[in-house]
Design a protein around this ligand. Structure first.
Ligand code: LLP
Length: 416
């Protein structure tokens, strides 16, 4: 089912018109479809029905409590990278025992909090981190369940800023050092090795790199077994891409088939997945209002009320998001090549460049598609812009799940 589509010339999220929401809440506003979000989680579950697994939604992609509550209600877990994300996951009712703690720079405080919450697995990324966690767990009289995040040096063929599994990357431990580090961890009584972890990158639209990573992880598990180290949980990270424009990402089934291709010889293994983008990316759009048209000899601009502080992906990664008018047949006349830019004082503040759009008058609304993943969660207050509202549409109804920030919110915590 298409949860976001045109109906009689109006763009709808579920049973609510984008223009109706925009008028009521103001813009910019992120509008999520509850149905699409849950359907994406269920589709992954269905593809995994023959595999022992735990889906841990990657909180960083979009961390609103209302979304995390849906994850909790489906009995799924969370992939977190900070104490703040742990706080959110627990608040939303995701039990600590279904949380995996990733990240290259966990602090002592975050480790202690995570131990206290009984997180399921710490994904370790360095020798020093292993020692610190060992100490903290020993002092707390606890045993931390751990995996090492291994860097298999597989090229995910994605944007360099979101490729994480290459040897130049700050993430993970080198593949060749894994066996030695596992051997050292085994000697620390306050650590219990339960898993092996890997995340090679994000927005992958081809299964081959996943398959290659799975093959290497399978080999490593064999080697560790020879050392008397049994891996019971294989965490394959996230990374499945989505269609922002014309990309053709693999289906959930093809993705799962690639992941399990090399692990069949480990029948007791439980697969952990940390999907973010593939769950929330296309379950949300960013609605923005046209403020001005500005035509110069060199370029035509449509100035809108959302900027790089609301959605930084185009500026930071050169990402292309489809942009649709909220009224399908808005504006008469031929399509025009325009750049859709925001109000932020940076030349790099654009949502799209050189796009063909119909003539747009001030007051019309545009929808920036695929804005759910790394949209609101990467937004900022740059230029003292209050962060946008978030709305969740479900059937004929919608609710504000994060109110628009006020000027007072902007100065909260400042001392003057
Ligand atoms: N697990 C780990 C350890 C990760 O680092 C990430 C994403 C995920 C899971 C979730 O990956 P996903 O399924 O969403 O691809 N801001 C960038 C993406 C950064 C991804 C960071 N790590 C963007 O807007 O494209």
């Amino acid at each position: 089912m298409d949860y976001i589509r045109y109906q009689n010339g109006e763009l709808f999220v579920e049973g609510v018109a984008v223009r109706e929401i925009a008028k009521e809440t103001g813009t910019p506003v992120f509008i999520y479809s509850q149905g699409a979000f849950a359907a994406n989680l269920r589709a992954l579950e269905a593809a995994l029905s023959q595999t022992r697994h735990l889906v841990c939604y990657s909180v960083k992609a979009s961390s609103n409590l209302a979304l995390l509550k849906i994850v909790a209600s489906l009995g799924m877990g969370a992939d977190i990278v900070s104490g703040g994300e742990l706080f959110r996951a627990l608040k939303a009712g995701i039990p600590g025992g279904r949380v995996v703690f990733s990240g290259v720079g966990k602090t002592a405080r975050e480790m202690a909090e995570a131990l206290d919450a009984g997180v399921f697995m710490f994904n370790l990324e360095s020798h020093e981190e292993m020692e610190l966690l060992g100490d903290i767990a020993a002092r707390a009289g606890a045993v931390a369940h751990v995996a090492f995040r291994v860097n298999p040096d597989v090229d995910p063929r994605t944007h360099p800023y979101i490729a994480t599994g290459l040897k130049e990357s700050k993430f993970g431990i080198p593949y060749g050092e894994a066996a030695r580090l596992y051997g050292e961890a085994k000697k620390i009584p306050s650590l219990k090795i339960i898993g092996l972890d890997c995340h090679i990158g994000s927005q992958l639209t081809d299964v081959a790199p996943f398959q290659e990573a799975a093959r290497l992880l399978g080999e490593l598990m064999g080697e560790l077994k020879g050392q008397g180290i049994a891996i019971r949980y294989l965490d394959v990270g996230g990374g499945l891409g989505i269609a922002y424009e014309s990309e053709t990402p693999p289906t959930a089934a093809a993705y799962v088939a690639a992941l399990t291709s090399a692990t069949a010889k480990f029948p007791d293994l439980t697969l952990i997945l940390e999907p973010g983008r593939s769950i929330v990316g296309n379950a949300c759009l960013l609605a923005t209002e046209v403020l001005y048209n500005k035509e110069t000899d060199a370029k035509n601009f449509v100035v809108v009320d959302a900027g790089m502080n609301d959605l930084i992906r185009p500026s930071l990664y050169g990402a292309r998001h489809a942009i649709f008018p909220a009224r399908e047949n808005v504006g008469e006349g031929p399509l025009k090549k325009v750049s859709v830019v925001g109000p932020v004082c940076e030349s790099g503040d654009f949502l799209a460049q050189d796009r063909l759009l119909p003539p747009l008058r001030a007051g019309e609304y545009l929808a920036v598609m695929g804005a759910g993943a790394y949209g609101f969660s990467m937004s900022s207050n740059y230029n003292s812009r209050a962060r946008a509202a978030e709305v969740l549409a479900s059937g004929e109804d919608f609710q504000v799940i994060r109110r628009r920030e006020s000027y007072e919110d902007l100065i909260r915590g400042e001392i003057y």
